[in-house]
Write a protein that binds this ligand. Structure first.
Ligand code: SF4
Length: 181
């Protein structure tokens, strides 16, 4: 079943389908009437909503499980649903499709580090411990994505699009470098 044509979930977002579109909301906002929630009208407005957590703090990690609650978005088609998900979890639907079609080419963190600046490349030599620490303290503690580059698997579940991480993010490298110094 394709969640982009049915009700589904991704990260902290779930959506329900009816005859004319999809209602998206935070999973903790329950399944009551959307009348109790603030309507987000445009993708630009949505971008503003997901940029900050419930305390108004900037969210540098889009996969972090601290999405603000209390809003809903009405997508009128599966194409619009896809655009909405791209704003909330950039790249997630594309990665999921690539994974399903066997197109997701996955390397380890060392291969990703080779494509970075020199200071990150130095981790390849003796940064194994720093990378393990950063994965524990950042990826496992704060992020809802599964880091495929560290050997984690894509968790398949009916109706749920998995959140996967195909390459360490810039924040990860910063944490690994700080933890190795
Ligand atoms: S590297 Fe870790 S923290 Fe960064 S996006 Fe991937 S899983 Fe999340």
């Amino acid at each position: 079943m394709n969640p982009l044509s049915q009700s589904g979930w991704i990260g902290q977002i779930r959506w329900s389908v009816d005859g004319s579109g999809f209602d998206l909301r935070h999973e903790r906002d329950g399944d009551g009437s959307v009348d109790l929630l603030r309507k987000v009208e445009t993708l630009t407005e949505l971008e503003e909503v997901v940029r900050r957590d419930g305390e108004g703090k900037y969210r540098p990690l889009r996969g972090e499980m601290n999405l603000v609650q209390g809003w809903f978005y009405r997508a009128k088609s599966s194409e619009e649903l896809r655009e909405v998900l791209e704003v909330i979890y950039p790249g997630a639907v594309g990665n999921w499709e690539a994974e399903r079609e066997g197109r997701l080419v996955q390397g380890d963190w060392k291969e990703a580090a080779k494509r970075q600046m020199g200071r990150v490349q130095k981790l390849i030599e003796n940064g194994e411990k720093a990378v393990e620490r950063a994965e524990r303290e950042l990826c496992q503690a704060r992020c809802g994505k599964s880091p495929l580059w560290s050997g984690k698997k894509c968790r398949a579940e009916v109706g749920r699009i998995p959140l996967v991480c195909v390459e360490p993010c810039p924040i990860f490298w910063d944490v690994a470098l700080a933890s190795g110094s």
